[in-house]
Ligand binder design. Structure first.
Ligand code: HPA
Length: 234
């Protein structure tokens, strides 16, 4: 057991899905995995392991924001042998090329967080997805005929950003704003692991467009198909 995860050695799969919401992790385990078993209830940050098409896959809630994700991903990479981590979540679109319900495969993640400064000082690290996973996820999305975009996102520490920094990010081609991917990619680089963030666009910050509960459910299912197929791909 690690500080925040109560699993025993071998209870967590090498491939793991990382939703922010722990109840989402429970829902995914119960609806998308075969024979799910809960390995963590510490702080109600549920984690489950089951199989998908016969292959072992885990799903772990991370909480919202990079500091919370950082705790879980540090422990998963360092103590549980996780090799492939896929964040699944939502983002707010900022770029004109992006529409609500789209799926974004995040090739890279900019950030306004001081986490990068704490590690790198004046140096500027570029948090990047694992190319093999990104390529595989794109092939899967194409094969399933799911509309998707590949590009950069920004992981912000502020959900309520009064400075409207999204305008500058959009000017530089950033597709959407979320709150976790940059730290996931940074930790994957540090521990020589593979990571990818797959996001559905839940709202459009520039246009004010939002999704209905039904639309969110449909894009969620598409995102799950891409994520699970990518998780079990060789
Ligand atoms: N900002 C940050 N994270 C988000 C947003 C947003 O507007 N929408 C969904 N996740």
């Amino acid at each position: 057991m690690s500080t925040h995860i109560a699993a025993k050695e071998g209870q967590i799969a090498e491939a793991i899905l990382l939703p922010g919401d722990p109840l989402r992790a429970k829902f995914i385990a119960e609806n998308f995995l075969e024979n799910p078993e809960c390995y963590n209830t510490v702080r109600n940050m549920f984690g489950y392991t089951g199989t998908y098409k016969g292959k072992k896959v885990s799903v772990q809630g991370t909480g919202m924001g990079q500091p919370s994700l950082s705790i879980y991903v540090n422990e998963l990479f360092q103590f549980y042998g996780v090799q492939k981590a896929i964040r699944i979540g939502t983002c707010g679109a900022v770029h004109q090329s992006t529409q609500v319900r789209d799926i974004i495969l995040a090739a890279s993640a900019c950030s306004d967080s001081c986490l990068l400064n704490q590690r790198f000082g004046n140096l500027h690290f570029a948090p990047t997805a694992n190319f093999d996973m990104l390529f595989k996820a794109k092939q899967i999305a194409e094969a399933l005929n799911i509309r998707h975009l590949v590009g950069s996102v920004t992981s912000s520490d502020l959900f309520y950003d009064e400075n409207e920094n999204w305008k500058l990010w959009a000017k530089y081609g950033v597709l959407g704003i979320e709150m976790e991917a940059a730290e996931l990619y940074t930790l994957a680089a540090k521990f020589n692991k593979k990571a990818l963030a797959i996001l559905t666009v839940s709202d459009h910050i520039a246009t004010g467009a939002t999704t209905t509960a039904e639309e969110r459910q449909t894009s969620f299912k598409s995102m799950m198909e891409i994520a699970l197929e990518t998780a079990i791909a060789e």
